[in-house]
Design a protein around this ligand. Structure first.
Ligand code: FAD
Length: 529
């Protein structure tokens, strides 16, 4: 191993898993640094369904994953309560769901250690009046809604408290290896400045999710990932108070998750050759809405705010004996720690793949255990016992939190930058102070700017003005970038009321603000000679 290393471990990937690995290693006293090619949690962790799984979804298809989910569900409620809205969840049987599955479900939950209590239908419909009256059975499970960005930030903050550091917009572009094949350094590129450098290290953990195969390839290792694209729709309000799942084997459009002020219907599952392939098709949108009708009749008439997709970091283990699945949905959601030393002759290099966001901490523990042993460190994992730092600690999330805080400060519209998500001038300024080099899209992740019903139509110019006040002449490119990203997610759902809303937004930006013609400073300076 590399004696002159700058750090003990380089962690690749700033999603939930990488952030969890960084925290775990740092808490064991290892010097660790994390590199992420984009913003933190901009990969699958920022493009998922928002569900803290009870595990009940996997009791039949994937019992190991179900047991992991229920165990970690309890741990996360303890260490990061403020990132969780304890909505509870239901599994409901529609007339289309198979009788034998419905009959086996309670016993399968018991076997996995998941509490699933039958719910009388009159009670269900009182609590969830929009659900289909054709539902014929229901069980309550400890599902919840989980905020990914705060969770990732809290893990990174904790890691920093323990001496680690994390760099975003820093992509891994290659590896340096010793004659025996062991990794001695990771080559990275600053994606904004174009500068390249090497980080000398004793070990590397790739937590690159669906991109883990590509990263392993850069190190000369072999890792066949099977990225599964899942598309989701954001509806303009909460249709249900709790998470609602179909009581059937996992399928499309069978889960509705209330998330902050909206709800998310999903997902599809399509194997894609490239994990960056997150384009949502019109067919997927129509199929999701048709499936959603079975849960909430009339959901197809609701206003869809946006469509988006993420790619599952699925790994079809070639060493696994038995049938290899043809379908993405049949691949296990359990995680795998892969030591590329004995496997591929690339010593000091591990990949952690598979899993769920719900199980990120367990995944981090398992790979950190292996790395710590190899580096001669016997400190145990403490991430399940020590709570994450504020704001992830505190009380569980409550939908009225922001309104209550705003009213305590006097309320009113004057200080609101984003009315839909109640982002105040102070909250945005705080985010800009903490991450001054952020794009507006990065700020969206930390504040929810532009994520509500108007999808940025009114808040974007105000936020751009705040950026410009700090750095005069710099706001046009981030403004255009933010609008491009917002429009990307509204294009596949441009019909009905949403189309009217899009025309309004286009009128504001193109007609009133002439955004298409705005030059950035470099253009303006060039034009001025
Ligand atoms: C549609 C969908 C819905 C889902 N719903 C749920 C759910 O409701 N609940 C749940 O628990 N799980 C859910 N999952 C699964 C869960 O989202 C993922 O398992 C989890 O987010 C993966 O986290 P990660 O940190 O491993 O990967 P990621 O979050 O993808 O992080 C990997 C990071 O590596 C970075 N990276 C890639 N290449 C490089 C490089 N060369 N250099 C530097 N960085 C690099 C990427 O930019 C990325 O940010 C869902 C997944 C999908 C696709």
């Amino acid at each position: 191993m590399n004696a002159a290393a700058e750090v003990d471990v380089v962690v690749i990937g700033g999603g939930a898993t990488g952030a969890g690995v960084l925290r775990d290693l740092a808490m064991r006293g290892l010097r660790a640094t994390l590199v992420e090619r984009g913003d933190f949690a901009s990969g699958t962790s920022g493009r998922y369904h928002g569900l803290l799984h009870s595990g009940a979804r996997y009791v039949e298809s994937d019992p190991l994953s179900a047991r992991h989910c229920i165990a970690e569900n309890a741990v996360l409620r303890r260490i990061a309560p403020a990132t969780i809205e304890p909505t509870g969840g239901y599994f409901v049987a529609t007339p289309d769901d198979p009788d034998d599955y419905v009959e086996r479900f309670p016993a399968a939950c018991v076997a996995a250690g998941i509490e699933a209590a039958p719910v009388p239908l009159d009670e269900l419909f009182r609590a969830e009046p929009l659900l289909s009256r054709e539902i014929r059975a229901a069980y309550r499970v400890p599902d919840a809604s989980l905020e990914p960005w705060e969770l990732v930030d809290a893990n990174l903050a904790s890691a920093r408290e323990h001496g680690a550091d994390a760099h975003r917009y820093t992509a891994v572009i290659g590896f340096e290896r010793a004659p025996d094949g062991a990794v001695t350094a990771v080559r990275v590129r600053d994606e904004r400045r174009g500068e390249e450098r090497a980080i000398a290290c004793r070990a590397v953990v790739s937590a690159a999710g669906a991109w883990a195969g590509k990263v392993a390839g850069l190190a000369g290792a072999r890792l066949e990932m099977s990225p599964g694209k899942g598309s989701m729709l954001i509806l303009n309000r909460r249709m249900t108070a709790a998470v609602v799942n179909r009581l059937a084997p996992p399928g499309d459009g069978d889960i509705l998750v209330p998330v902050h002020t909206v709800c998310i219907l999903g997902t599809t599952d399509i194997t894609v050759p490239d994990p960056d392939e997150v384009h949502v098709t019109r067919d997927e949108v129509e199929a999701l809405l048709a499936d959603g009708e079975r849960l909430v009749p009339g959901i197809g008439d609701a206003r869809v705010l946006r469509a988006y997709a993420g790619t599952r970091p699925l790994y079809d283990d070639p060493d696994h004996e038995g049938k290899h699945p043809d379908e993405s949905r049949e691949i296990s959601r359990a995680h795998h720690v892969i030591d590329h030393g004995p496997r591929d002759g690339v010593g000091g290099f591990w990949s952690i793949v598979g899993g769920k966001l719900t199980t990120y901490r367990l995944m981090a523990r398992d790979v950190a255990d292996a790395v710590a042993v190899s580096l001669g460190v016997d400190a145990p994992c403490r991430t399940a016992e020590e709570a994450l730092p504020a704001p992830a600690t505190g009380t569980p999330y409550w939908l009225g939190d922001r309104l209550a805080a705003h009213e305590q400060e006097g309320g009113g519209d004057a200080e609101l930058i984003c009315e839909c998500e109640l982002v105040t001038r102070r909250r945005l300024a705080h985010a800009l102070d903490g991450r001054g080099d952020s794009s507006l899209d990065d700020l969206r992740r930390t504040t929810r700017l532009g994520m509500g019903p108007c999808q940025g139509a009114f808040c974007t110019p105000r936020a751009a003005a705040m950026v410009d006040a700090r750095h005069p002449g710099t706001a046009n490119p981030p403004l255009r970038g933010f609008l491009d990203e917002r429009f990307r997610g509204t294009r596949p759902i441009a019909w009905g009321d949403q189309l009217t809303e899009l025309w309004l937004a286009a009128g504001i930006f193109r007609g009133t603000l002439a955004v298409a013609g705005l030059a950035d400073r470099a253009d303006a300076e060039h034009a001025a000679g």
